[in-house]
Design a protein around this ligand. Structure first.
Ligand SMILES: [Cu+2]
Length: 172
């Protein structure tokens, strides 16, 4: 019984593969899952032809922290569901990050980043990108030279209260 199990597992995998091939052929390259030309989430001008994207987690092997001369690019999408994607990032203490924020959908957002208390309070002078309309992309460069905690948020009316915020963890 147990000796025969791998054979059946193998046949099952082959069958699943054939089904996937048939489905793939039926849908074709223009199917609903195909990439849409012109979407802004692909490699943009700041990434095209550049070095490979480094891991986003400072704890990962090969991570290269951003510097003032060469900030690390972190792309964030602001959604019509009043969320940022991603909503949690990690930075190396002292590193410089350029946030490239794109609004998807018709809702206008902003992107504020800084010490968590300032961001929560919508404190005047905290760095922000304002009035990001549909498909607008803005960028903001910030150096995390303090101990944290840091955060980002959208303070368009009602958005922060609905949970439109993210956390930034700082690792030494
Ligand atoms: Cu918003």
């Amino acid at each position: 019984m147990s000796r025969r199990a791998p054979l059946w597992v193998g046949l099952g995998l082959i069958s699943a593969g054939l089904v996937a091939l048939v489905i793939g052929a039926a849908i074709g390259p223009a199917g609903p899952g195909a990439p849409v030309a012109g979407m802004p989430l692909g490699p943009g001008p700041m990434m095209g032809g550049g070095p490979a994207v480094t891991p986003a987690d400072p704890a990962s092997p090969g991570f290269v922290p951003g510097t003032a001369a060469s900030p690390r690019v972190v792309r964030i999408v602001a959604t019509p569901h009043l969320r940022f994607v991603p909503d949690a990032i990690t930075v190396k203490q002292g590193e410089t990050v350029t946030f490239v924020v794109t609004t998807m959908g018709p809702t206008v957002h902003e992107f504020m980043v800084g010490p968590a208390a300032d961001v929560a309070a919508d404190k005047a002078g905290t760095p922000e990108i304002a009035d990001l309309g549909m498909m607008d992309t803005g960028s903001l460069t910030y150096t995390f030279d303090g101990p944290g905690p840091y955060a980002f948020a959208c303070h368009a009316p009602g958005h922060y209260e609905a949970g439109m915020a993210g956390t930034i963890a700082v690792v030494p």
